[in-house]
Design a binder for this molecule. Sequence first.
Ligand code: UDP
Length: 334
Amino acid sequence: MNVLVVGGAGYIGSHCVRQLQAAGHRPVVLDNLIFGHRQAVSSEVPFYECDLGDKHAVGQILRDEQIELVMHFAAFAFVGESVEEPLKYYENNVVATLRLLESMLEHGVKRFVFSSTCATFGEPDILPIVETTPQAPINPYGQTKLDVENILKSFAHAYGLSFAAFRYFNAAGAAEDGSIGEDHSPETHLIPLVIDAATGRRENIKIFGTDYPTPDGTCLRDYVHVDDLSRAHIAVFDQLKQPGASYFYNLGTGRPSSVREIIDAVESVTGLKVPVVEDARRAGDPAALYADSSKAQQELGWEMKYPDVKAIVETAWRWHQANPDGYLTQAAES
Ligand code: UDP
């Protein structure tokens, strides 16, 4: 299929582009390169640098490239910033997405795969999180993703759009060959930060809270490999042939790791010591979040290649070793 990957130069989008190619599809990338990296997308893949909210440009791409399905990964995703600057988040994550959907409908493209988040659930009382767990986001970022999920439901009903929304837990890791990986600026995610502390690029890693009601006192999260996420997005394609179909899936390994366990995994994979500083809790961090992904496993036949966090860290380490400055390393070498 001809698939437009919006945000295809970003972390998850770029891995999905690779998996689409591996599965025999024809990806086309749209990215405004605010957070994406041009080097993350192979030169064989058609690439358009533009905004997803630019209806005219998007319409032309849909037509020229004969797009049959759109995957949407292009969101602002810094939780703290979303609290400080909600306008920016609603504009980009909701309003621009509406424009994208409008272009799709105008051009008769009615299949959509949406990158949602476990942040739509907020701080649930019961774990693991299933698809029917009540959604109550606790920050504008999570709210914008939930708003889009609701927009999609009404578009499925009114316009026959068929869609799947995937709520990711903690996307992590890198391509098996280490050629593409995680490169955020600023980086806020635990695994790349711990690797930087191991290699001395950062002085230390601060553990945000050691007094949580968890076995070792640090937060539990569900780290899931970015290629495993990508494969689920592709496995749903057949189900989207039915007009008006709507699907929601939680994607995580269901095996949470604590912050200390991640530090241990990085030490074991790298053979390096990680300097640790115990710090105060970070505002808004729930003690534990992890998924029940049995729905994706049963309905999509989703099988994880990396159910174990150490294997995930190994891929992140391989990417880091080949690209210590992230995509800047590749830019300097080319
Ligand atoms: N964390 C930490 N130190 C850091 C960054 C993150 O202790 O420098 C913790 C954070 O409190 C959370 C976990 O690591 O419990 C994962 O955080 P991350 O920001 O990677 O993802 P989140 O779960 O917040 O989406």
